[in-house]
Design a protein around this ligand. Structure first.
Ligand code: CAA
Ligand code: NAI
Length: 696
């Protein structure tokens, strides 16, 4: 018998309790323990019914993901659940916390389900590139119909106990002592209830098929390229055509196919990468400071987005702007976000008003004297930022944390305007800041550990995914973006159109191409940066003027109706612009370049090679602590498809040796741009891959 599962008889009810912190994951010891306890309880004449419950914070939150990719020991979860379902005594699953994946499948295989009112249940396997592999695809639709089941499995988002009860997935909701309530329930039930008939009892096949078709349509747009959603639909469809046991066989086969795919390897990597990015040395050495109030300086695009993120996280915000007109606009920017949600029916006016009570607008810096942290989001100009920090230094209390949302500027050159540079960090949010998950936490050398730890605690409060970045130009993300952006410009000048490049990126799984992204962000930003960098640019580097020529026409992207694409009548999706192609052709002919054609494969190979090579430089310089932090940065901040794990994980799967060979081939064309990173060269020489560096 294993310690992770215990059985106690409470008079005539056997209580099987799972105790495998932190989330009671269903590893080997738990599976074996449940099965053994079940057999003993079934054979015990004194027992009339059985309760399965989790101890600690949750009912099992799923299979033990760390076991995936290893040879898993028997009993496997489907077998355990089949034993539960075929048990001769009623089995009651008592759910609390997050009953997810295999955990919820145990509940679905049980004869009755009781849940704590705050419990959440769901089948999130799709986020790991998988499908529910222990009967979930066959049991769930039989219990609640195709539409609801498909929604649960394709979105993968946990639902509340109430929503689950309304859908027929939970029999009873309780508040307070769940164990006691479950024992009472188990005493009331007398019969073993089969959840799954051998043949489906579904009556309305036409409606069921319509739900399948709708789900299919949804995934072809929103989950394009992903394998697991297609297989989920195939398994749900099988319910119409196959008996339960055959449906289970199909589900198992689909699960194994998904498990063997690079997509699930990428997504499982992303799951752990996301959790490990928050584990930084500073946060292990120091406790975060108290963080109950926030100041935001600047109420433009970013200041307003950061404010919304903070208000949503329950943090009161004092926003400072330059003058009365600007603060009115700042408040308006915040309200606009909520008004859109109200218009879409995703928020009530009351909810908006409640959140806005946490907001104070002001033009007086003294109003920040009591806040615990200030985030500056004013214009990207060093003189302006320094002036703001000088003022902040005079008014904020000792112990308050100061942060800048700068995109590129050196934090030291900002913090030196204060007498407390050790209290200053960078907090680089992404636009729109209330939506984008990534938060780069920029750590200058002088920053105190507890100041850095407070940055990470803010990220948690705002439900952001934090990544620690060193204080170097562009930090992790924008630095690497700069490099592959130039690579795209080279390809454009050499013969690819911006539209071919964007299409290759869309096919790879990006939600939008790089040129569409530039148009969205505004081409003037990059243009300003290039003009500022011109005096110090190395004359040996290849410089492509296409974007400059587009900007010279006053075409700054979506906001001017024209950039790399044309946006007719305010359209959000651009169409191809023949005049842009003429500009490119003109530049090529002036440089004497004969355009060559690029396949989508070559476009992606070059693009990713530039990304990974610069990623290696970022690692070599210590700007990122580990490759998986770069993966998290690109998945959560730059639209890199999560199912590919991130650029460094992708490189491992593609083959680091092959990627280095590509770079060495490109180096022959342009030795300045394509210098292979020494880190990559050494790694290949030692037979290592990025995963080894993650472990190291
Ligand atoms: N297996 C192994 N470890 C897990 C785990 C799992 N299923 N779920 C969470 N953990 C680990 C995390 O890695 C983390 O470990 P560290 O502290 O070492 O970083 C720890 O448990 C706590 O997790 P979180 O930090 O995520 O805690 P949280 O409170 O923010 O969230 C949670 C809890 C909602 C359960 C979240 O962890 C989660 O979503 N887990 C994954 C759930 C899931 O995907 N289940 C399906 C698994 S696949 C499956 O079950 C297939 C099948 O059909 C058989
Ligand atoms: P913005 O121009 O929309 O807003 C800047 C705001 O700062 C304006 O409302 C202005 O009135 C205010 N401001 C200027 N000087 C001030 C002062 N002395 N005191 C108080 N308020 C002052 O700019 P945006 O886009 O919000 O950018 C802000 C910062 O965030 C910049 O450093 C930028 O590089 C960075 N950033 C921008 C991103 C984006 O996508 N826009 C993404 C990530 C970071």
């Amino acid at each position: 018998m294993f310690d992770q599962v215990t059985r106690t008889n409470e008079q005539n009810i056997a209580v099987i309790e799972i105790n495998n912190p932190p989330v009671n994951a269903l590893g080997y010891a738990v599976r074996k323990g449940i099965l053994d306890c079940l057999k003993v309880a079934e054979a015990d004449d004194a027992v009339t019914a059985i309760v399965i419950i989790g101890s600690g914070r949750t009912f099992p939150a799923g299979a033990d993901i760390t076991e995936f990719g290893t040879v898993m020991k028997e009993p496997h979860l489907p077998e355990v659940i089949d034993h539960i379902e075929s048990c001769s005594k009623p089995v009651v699953a008592a759910l609390h916390g997050t009953a997810l994946g295999g955990g919820f499948e145990i509940a679905l295989g049980s004869h009755y389900r009781i849940a704590d009112a705050n419990a959440r249940v769901g089948l999130p396997e799709v986020h790991l590139g998988l499908l529910p592999g222990a009967g979930g695809t066959q049991r769930l639709p039989r219990l609640c119909g195709a539409a609801f089941a498909l929604d649960v499995m394709l979105k993968g988002t946990p639902i509340s106990a109430k929503a689950a009860k309304d859908a027929g997935l939970i029999d009873r909701i309780t508040k307070g002592d769940l164990r006691r309530a479950a024992i009472t329930f188990a005493n009331e039930v007398r019969t073993v209830r089969k959840t799954c008939d051998e043949t489906s009892q579904l009556k309305d096949h036409a409606a069921y098929r319509a739900d399948l078709a709708a789900a299919h349509k949804m995934i072809t747009t929103r989950m394009k390229g992903q394998i697991a959603p297609l297989k989920i639909i195939a398994c749900v469809e099988a319910i119409l055509e196959k008996p339960f046991h055959e449906g289970r066989q199909l589900e198992r086969q689909c699960f194994m196919d998904c498990m063997a795919s690079d997509q699930s390897k990428g997504m499982i990597h992303a799951f752990f990468a996301e959790r490990s990015s928050a584990k930084v040395p500073e946060a292990s050495r120091a406790e975060p400071r108290i963080l109950e109030t926030l100041g935001v300086v600047g109420g433009g695009t970013m200041g307003a987005g950061i404010t919304v993120a903070a208000l949503n996280g329950g943090l009161p915000v004092t926003m400072i702007e330059r003058d009365t007109e600007s603060i009115a606009r700042g408040r308006g920017n915040v309200e606009k976000v909520y008004d859109r949600l109200v218009a879409k029916g995703r928020m009530t006016t009351n909810e908006k008003n409640t959140l806005m009570t946490l907001y104070t607008g002001s033009t007086n810096y003294n109003d920040l004297s009591n806040v615990d942290m200030v985030i500056e989001a004013v214009f990207e100009r060093l003189d302006v930022k320094r002036a703001v920090f000088e003022k902040l230094d005079k008014v904020i209390k000792p112990g308050a944390v100061l942060a800048s949302n700068t995109s590129y500027l050196n934090i030291d050159s900002i913090s030196s305007a204060t007498k407390r540079p050790d209290q200053v960090i960078g907090l680089h949010f992404f636009s729109p800041a209330n939506i984008m998950k990534l938060l780069e936490i920029v750590v200058p050398e002088q920053a105190a550990d507890d100041v850095v730890a407070t940055g990470f605690s803010l990220a948690k409060r705002l439900r952001k995914v934090p990544v620690r970045a060193g204080n170097a130009t562009g930090f992790i993300g924008n630095r690497i973006l700069g490099k592959y952006g130039v690579c795209a410009a080279h390809m454009m000048e050499d013969g690819a159109t911006p539209y071919e490049i964007d299409n290759a990126l869309l096919d790879f799984g990006y939600p939008m191409g790089i040129h569409a992204m530039y148009d969205l962000a505004g081409l003037d930003i990059g243009w300003d940066n290039r003009k500022a960098a011109a005096p110090t640019r190395d004359p040996d580097t290849r410089y492509v003027t296409i974007a400059d020529r587009i900007c010279e026409n006053g075409w700054f992207g979506q906001k001017t109706g024209r950039g790399f694409y044309i946006y007719k009548d305010g359209a959000r999706r651009g169409s191809h612009d023949p005049e842009v192609l003429s500009i490119i052709a003109d530049i090529r002919s002036k440089k004497g370049i004969t355009p060559k054609s690029f396949s989508a494969t070559e476009i992606m190979e070059r693009y990713l090679a530039a990304m990974v090579n610069e990623g290696c430089e970022v690692l070599r310089e210590g700007v990122a602590l580990k490759p998986s932090d770069i993966d998290v940065t690109f998945v959560y901040g730059y639209g890199f498809p999560r199912y590919r794990g991130g650029p460094m994980k992708y490189a491992d799967m593609y083959g680091v040796q092959k990627m280095l060979t590509n770079i060495q081939k490109y180096e022959k064309e342009d030795p300045v741009f394509w210098k292979p990173s020494q880190l990559l060269v050494d790694m290949v020489a030692q037979g290592k891959e990025f995963e080894d560096l993650n472990k190291g």
